[in-house]
Design a protein around this ligand. Structure first.
Ligand code: PLP
Length: 379
C-alpha cells in the first residue's frame, strides 16, 4: 500500500542528498574530530562546515552554534544552563502555557530547584499577549522563552515584539524554533533572539541530532560534563555523520526556502479550503494567518480523532491526533486546553502537516477519507 505521509511536524524522512552527505562518515571517514591526523582533521572540517551552514541560515556567528543530540536537549541546555549560570542576577523566567514538554518540564525542574516561572496564557488562536508579557517582567527576570511556532496548532508567536521587549528590559530571549526552522526565514539579529533551539528530524535530517544557538557573551552552564567538545559546553565525541546531515539539510532548505514554502503552503491552503467546504462541523484550530506554512489542525466535532487516525492508517495515511509527544497518552492536549477548546472539539482534533513529497492529489485523497469517516460517525 502506498503511504501518504501528513505528519511532517512529528518527523520527516531523511532526504537522499542528506543521507549521501552522511555516508562517508559511517565508512572511511571515521576519524575522531579531536584527533590531529588526517582523517581526524577531515571529520573536524566536516563538523565546522556544518556549523557554518547552521549559523548562516539564522544569521548568527559560527561560534554561537552548539551541536546537541536533539531539540529537547537544546531546550534543556538553554533554559537550565542560562538560569543556573545567571542565578546571581535573579531566579525568575517567563514562558507560555503551550510550549513543548521539553521547555515546560525544564521549567518544572527549575521550580523544583528554587527558581520561579511565570506561564503566559494564550488567546483562542494560541497567541501570547504582549501586555501580559510586559506585566510579568520582574526585576529579577533572567529569561523569556516563547516558542517560535506551536507544534500542534501551528500558530506563530509575535517573535519580533517579544525580542524587542526582552532587549529593552535587558532580558535574555530564547525561542524554541524546532517547528519553524526550515519553514520560515529566521534572522536572530533582526528579531533580537539570544538563544534558539532546533532539531534535525523535522527538516529532513536524521533523528537524534539538534543544535542550539546561544549569542556570544551569554553565560550558560553545561549540562553534560566531560571533555572539551563544543568549546567545553557540551561534552561527548561529536556525532559527526548526523552533524554533517543537519548541516546539509539546513543548507539545502535555506537555498530552497521560497519554493518549499510555497509548495507546502499551497497544499495546506487547499486542504483547509476543502475541509471547510465539505465538512460543516470542522473547526480550524490555531491562527488562520499567522501559522506555519505546512500545518493545519482541525477539530471534527464529536469525532474520536484516534479512531479517525486508525481509519486513515488503514488507507496508508499518516497524520496525528495531537503532537507526537502527547499522542499515545490519554491526557487531553495542554495546547488545546490552553486555547480554551471544549472537550468535544479537543477529542476530535486532527493535525495534518505537509512536506516535500505531498501532492494535491494526496490531499484530495486525505480529504475524501476524512469526509467518509466523519459522515459515518454521524450515524
Ligand atoms: N520543541 C518542539 C516545538 C517540538 O515540536 C519538538 C518535537 O516534536 C521538540 C521541541 C523536541 O525535539 P526532539 O524530538 O528533537 O527532541
Amino acid at each position: 500500500m502506498r503511504i501518504r505521509y501528513f505528519d511532517h511536524a512529528a518527523t520527516t524522512p531523511v532526504r537522499p542528498e542528506v543521507l549521501n552527505s552522511m555516508l562517508p562518515f559511517y565508512g572511511m571517514e571515521y576519524g575522531n574530530p579531536s584527533s590531529l591526523y588526517t582523517i581526524g582533521r577531515g571529520s573536524r572540517r566536516a563538523v565546522e562546515e556544518a556549523r557554518d551552514f547552521v549559523a548562516k541560515a539564522i544569521g548568527s556567528e559560527r561560534n554561537e552554534i552548539y551541536f546537541t543530540s536533539c531539540g529537547s536537549e537544546s531546550d534543556n541546555l538553554i533554559i537550565k544552563g542560562i538560569m543556573l549560570a545567571n542565578r546571581n542576577k535573579g531566579k525568575h523566567m517567563i514562558t507560555s502555557k503551550i510550549e513543548h514538554p521539553a521547555v515546560l518540564n525544564s521549567c518544572k525542574w527549575l521550580e523544583r530547584n528554587g527558581f520561579e516561572v511565570t506561564y503566559l496564557n494564550v488567546d483562542y488562536n494560541g497567541k501570547i499577549s504582549i501586555e501580559e508579557l510586559k506585566k510579568s517582567i520582574r526585576r529579577d527576570t533572567i529569561l523569556i522563552s516563547v516558542m517560535y511556532a506551536n507544534n500542534e496548532i501551528g500558530t506563530i508567536e509575535p517573535i519580533a515584539e517579544i525580542g524587542k521587549i526582552a532587549k529593552e528590559n535587558n532580558i535574555i530571549f530564547h525561542t524554541d524554533a524546532v517547528q519553524a526552522m526550515g519553514n520560515i526565514k529566521i534572522n536572530v539579529n533582526e528579531l533580537n533572539i539570544d538563544a534558539l533551539s532546533m532539531s534535525g528530524h523535522k527538516i529532513y535530517a536524521p533523528k537524534g541530532i539538534g543544535a542550539a544557538y546561544i549569542r556570544s557573551g551569554i553565560k550558560f552552564d553545561n549540562l553534560i560534563d566531560g571533555g572539551h567538545q563544543e568549546r567545553g559546553k557540551r561534552a561527548g565525541t561529536e556525532n559527526v555523520a548526523s552533524i554533517v546531515g543537519i548541516g546539509k539539510a539546513i543548507s539545502l532548505l535555506n537555498r530552497e526556502m521560497n519554493g518549499y514554502n510555497n509548495h507546502i503552503q499551497t497544499l495546506r491552503d487547499f486542504y483547509i479550503s476543502e475541509i471547510e467546504r465539505r465538512i460543516e462541523t470542522a473547526k480550524l484550530n490555531g491562527d488562520r494567518f499567522d501559522r506555519l506554512p505546512g500545518n493545519a489542525n482541525f477539530s471534527f466535532k464529536g469525532v474520536d480523532a484516534e479512531q479517525l487516525l486508525l481509519y486513515l492508517d488503514s488507507y496508508g495515511i499518516c497524520a496525528s491526533a495531537g503532537s507526537a509527544c502527547t499522542s499515545g497518552q490519554s491526557l487531553p492536549s495542554h495546547v488545546l486546553l490552553a486555547i480554551g477548546l471544549k472537550e468535544e472539539y479537543i477529542q476530535g482534533a486532527l493535525r495534518a502537516s505537509f512536506g516535500m513529497s505531498n501532492t494535491i492529489e494526496d490531499v484530495k485523497y486525505l480529504v475524501d477519507k476524512i469526509k467518509i469517516f466523519v459522515e459515518k460517525y454521524k450515524d
